[in-house]
Design a protein around this ligand. Sequence first.
Ligand SMILES: Cc1cc2nc3c(=O)[nH]c(=O)nc-3n(C[C@H](O)[C@H](O)[C@H](O)COP(=O)(O)OP(=O)(O)OC[C@H]3O[C@@H](n4cnc5c(N)ncnc54)[C@H](O)[C@@H]3O)c2cc1C
Length: 317
Amino acid sequence: MSGDDRVYDIGIVGGGPAGLSAAIWSARYLHSVALVDSGDPRNWQTRRINGILGLEGIRPAELRAAGRATSRELGVTLIDKIVLRVDKRDGDDFVLSLQGGVRLRSRRLLLAIGIRDVWPDIPGLAHVYGANAHVCPDCDGYASRGKKVVVIGNGRRAVGMALNLTTWTTDVIICTNGRSPELDEQEYCDKLDALNIPVLTDRITRVCYDGSAIHCLMLENGMQLDTDKVFFTIGQYPADDLGAQLGCDRDDEGHIEVDQHFHTSVANVFAAGDITPGAQLAIRAAAEGATAALSMHKSLVPEGRKLAPREKATSPA
Ligand SMILES: Cc1cc2nc3c(=O)[nH]c(=O)nc-3n(C[C@H](O)[C@H](O)[C@H](O)COP(=O)(O)OP(=O)(O)OC[C@H]3O[C@@H](n4cnc5c(N)ncnc54)[C@H](O)[C@@H]3O)c2cc1C
């Protein structure tokens, strides 16, 4: 394996909104920064990013290209590869092993690797993904105003998503796509009944579409379920297991736990964006990346160049 002898101040894995914001802010503090990205973001197919201040409707690729251009101008080393493994040799000596046998080292590490959605195996779904098939009501509920919507999923996730979507439409159906409904709490049934949300359990055999418009879902029993939009909620998982490799504390869904400084449970390892618990929005991911950069910067500033925390500075009476 060939080695890059240079030790960067900050190594970032993931070049989405979180990683790129962190790279830009870290470089503005004059740190040496390497950002490694495998180019496989979660929002690969969405047509536009909604609700991002000043950039409403920007395409994900456009946002990334702008972030990468700024990063380059600021001297960030951008490497388009997969990080296969990260080893912590010492308190602040991380070795990143990249695809192709390349290796690099950094003193601080930011995991901005994002998450992945579990996809229902339904022919035609990928074709309309991002245009009329979605995973995030917060991002795409607004475009569902007054439309027919089918939620694909079961249990608490599906009920929560269906209730959330009633902010924008009263025409919501849950389809479990052959899974058990898992409506094991009375509250689920009561609320679905009150809002007139039926639950179908048939398997969906295909999505019928014309261009990016959905006409209907074909069910195994021959029924044609008319709909304009589909939201699916089967599950999520971390885009990579680097957090687990390093021993970072994670929640039940695999999100990496962080404190208010976006520091993980492992010293000098930070995490930001969708891989941390909480709302999954581009603007939040970018803000977390920026805040993590501030924290990494502070942790790299020598003690002689900063004030001790207030409690420590106060001398005993
Ligand atoms: C269909 C869809 C529509 C959306 N619409 C909106 C919207 O309208 N508005 C909004 O605010 N948000 C939207 N979101 C959410 C938004 O896209 C995410 O919140 C945001 O992209 C998270 O940024 P991130 O940097 O944490 O992760 P990502 O953008 O997923 O980037 C993570 C990056 O890490 C890389 N990576 C992972 N593992 C490795 C590895 N081992 N080595 C190297 N690189 C690695 C991946 O290739 C990827 O490029 C949408 C999401 C989806 C899926």
